[in-house]
Design a protein around this ligand. Structure first.
Ligand SMILES: NC(=O)C1=CN([C@@H]2O[C@H](COP(=O)(O)OP(=O)(O)OC[C@H]3O[C@@H](n4cnc5c(N)ncnc54)[C@H](O)[C@@H]3O)[C@@H](O)[C@H]2O)C=CC1
Ligand SMILES: O=C([O-])CC(=O)C(=O)O
Length: 335
């Protein structure tokens, strides 16, 4: 009884009282992500939206005795608008996942219009929310969201994020397997984007740069870049990473909420509208940022790179340039 009354009395955006909306909440990522956010003590309103099953997922999670109230919405009764109104943070894992043999870019044709439609709804219903895009291809879907928000006059570069946290988690796990460390204590910086060669782990900046032999370091980089393929292959046609992605998304959303709540030194790598390579025409880039009450507080540079890493960044930029243009062109063509 106490917790229900207390939860009702929280007003959104007061410290540790936030509304989080998940679009695509009944999917492979959406369900465990919703569970993990139900366990986050900063969330007081958890709104779940999907074309199907969102009400069932919400009913299920609503029995967990944490302070958030959970609501489920589908298309009926203006569900998308209601799911988004007054949201502080929106997570978007809506869209189709890969099957073996596909690249993330192969998802563009289906997911671009899904993400565009959801971005329009965000612009209309929660223009100040932090929007965290999980749907692939992230390198292109984040530019799509930016273009939609710009056209609606509500784009805030501090509050649009491509979620690349799974690359960081993989890097931390995989490096720990080589050096025999506690993976929870590793903190590899992974920059660039979220697909193949655009994923650039900066191994030279770890304490192991001199101890991991070159052959092993090369294999480690390859494994981080293609971690998603490992899961797609193992799931054999039934989808891509969902559980590790849910953990990654919950960690990222948790960090965004910590920033909003004014906690200090909240650092995450994320794919954002970034000044780092804008003069070369690369408008989005993933790097570490400090998160704060307004979203992105500080964008950190890449730091000292090895010659091999400089080359990897150059390669990543060429692919990113095309991926970003594809997203922007899609919105222009479908305005
Ligand atoms: N950023 C990252 O690191 C990662 C991204 N992904 C991407 O996340 C996306 C989702 O993956 P899964 O959850 O495995 O797929 P899934 O197919 O299991 O779930 C997707 C959900 O989105 C819903 N959906 C589709 N269109 C929608 C719309 N217009 N509005 C609301 N909901 C809608 C579906 O009903 C379904 O429940 C894929 O694009 C996948 O590639 C996956 C893993 C990692
Ligand atoms: O590989 C995929 O298609 C899903 C994804 O983005 C990942 O697991 O990193």
């Amino acid at each position: 009884m106490f917790s229900r009354i207390a939860a009702r009395n929280f007003s959104s955006s007061a410290a540790n009282a936030y509304k989080v909306s998940i679009l695509g909440a009944a999917g492979g990522i959406g369900q465990p992500l919703s569970l993990l956010l139900k366990l986050n003590g900063k969330v007081t309103d958890l709104s779940l939206y999907d074309l199907k099953l969102a009400k069932g997922v919400a009913a299920d999670l609503s029995h967990i005795p944490t302070k958030s109230v959970v609501h489920g919405f589908t298309l009926a009764d203006d569900g998308l608008s209601r799911a988004l109104q007054n949201a502080d943070v929106v997570l978007i894992p809506a869209g189709v996942p890969r099957k073996p043999g596909m690249t993330r870019d192969d998802l563009f044709n289906t997911n671009a219009s899904i993400v565009k439609g959801l971005a329009e709804a965000c612009a209309e219903n929660c223009p100040s929310a932090a929007i965290c895009v999980i749907s692939n291809p992230v390198n292109s879907t984040v530019p799509i969201v930016r273009e939609v928000l710009k056209r609606k006059g509500v784009f805030n570069p501090q509050k649009l994020f491509g979620v690349t946290t799974l690359d960081t988690l993989r890097a931390n796990r995989f490096i720990s397997e080589i050096v025999g460390s506690d993976p929870a204590r590793e903190d590899v910086s992974v920059v660039g984007g979220h697909s193949g060669v655009t994923i650039v782990p900066l191994i030279s900046q770890t304490q192991y740069s001199d101890t991991i032999p070159k052959e092993k370091a090369d294999a480690l980089i390859q494994r981080i870049q293609h971690g998603g393929d490992e899961v797609v292959k193992a799931k054999d046609g039934a989808g891509s990473a969902t559980l590790s992605m849910a953990q990654a998304g919950a960690r990222f959303a948790g960090s965004v909420l910590s920033g909003l709540a004014g906690e200090q030194d909240v650092l995450e790598a994320t794919y954002i509208d970034s000044p780092l390579f804008k003069d070369e025409g690369i408008e989005f880039f993933a790097s570490r940022v400090t998160l704060g009450p307004q979203g992105v507080k500080e964008i950190h540079g890449l730091g000292l790179l090895s010659v091999a890493e400089e080359d990897m960044i150059a390669t990543a930029k060429e692919t990113l340039r095309k991926n970003i243009k594809k997203g922007i062109d899609f919105v222009k063509a479908n305005a």
